[in-house]
Structure formats: structure tokens, C-alpha cells
Write a protein of this length. Structure first.
Length: 126
């Protein structure tokens, strides 16, 4: 009897300028998703040019370009890609506005646990 093919794993692009956070989140998320990492919006743009991602998870404050602006561009160029913002700022107005302007699936406040990020990704894919 032939083995059934593995279900396709969702492709996730994780963007954050904190190497420690990427090193913590990546292994935990790889249990469920196909994960690529970028340390800046510029690097993420290069990766977006090489493949299609189901979900992009981006930090808000990074050197160069802010994560929200980057996710707004992703929304325009790749509307089917779900977007999740990570931020260290607990400003309810910013969070609410961010979800609206970038049509985010979620906005998570740091410090964030890998399980919470995985759950937000799964929820966005439903």
C-alpha cells in the first residue's frame, strides 16, 4: 500500500532584528511550519521574492523600515499572505490602528511565547 503524502506545511516568514528572539521562536515554530527568518524588512523583501509565504510575522520597531510599514506593503503586493505584527509597545491605539491599516490577522505584544505565535499563525490560516 502506498503511503499517503504529507500534508503541505504552511510557509512562515519570521522578521525580527533580535537574534535571540529568532533563535527561540524558530525551533518551536518549525515543529508545525516551514520557517524562514530575516533580520530586517530589506532581507525579508529578498526572501519574499524567492517564494510565497502563507504568513509573515514581523517585529514593529526594527532598524531601517518599521514592521508595520513593511506589512502594509506585503498586504498590497501579496494580499493572500496573512500578516502578524509583534510589538514591545502596549499602546492600545497603535495596536488597534495597526490591525486596521495593515489588515493584520493578529498583533502580539512582546515578550511573546512561541506557543502564542504558533496559535496566532494557526488562527490566521483558518
Amino acid at each position: 500500500m502506498d503511503a499517503l503524502p504529507e500534508p503541505e506545511r504552511a510557509a512562515v516568514l519570521l522578521v525580527d532584528d533580535e537574534p535571540g528572539l529568532l533563535a527561540t521562536l524558530r525551533p518551536a515554530l518549525e515543529a508545525h511550519f516551514d520557517v524562514d527568518c530575516a533580520s530586517s524588512a530589506e532581507e525579508a523583501e529578498l526572501l519574499l521574492g524567492t517564494r510565497t509565504y502563507d504568513v509573515v510575522v514581523s517585529d514593529h520597531l526594527m532598524p531601517g523600515e518599521a514592521g508595520l510599514k513593511f506589512l502594509m506593503r506585503v498586504a498590497t503586493r501579496r494580499p493572500a499572505t496573512r500578516r502578524i505584527l509583534l510589538t514591545g509597545y502596549m499602546n492600545p491605539e497603535l495596536l488597534s490602528r495597526s490591525v486596521s491599516v495593515a489588515n493584520l490577522s493578529a498583533c502580539l505584544v512582546k515578550p511573546v511565547h512561541a506557543a502564542d505565535v504558533a496559535q496566532a499563525i494557526l488562527t490566521s490560516l483558518r
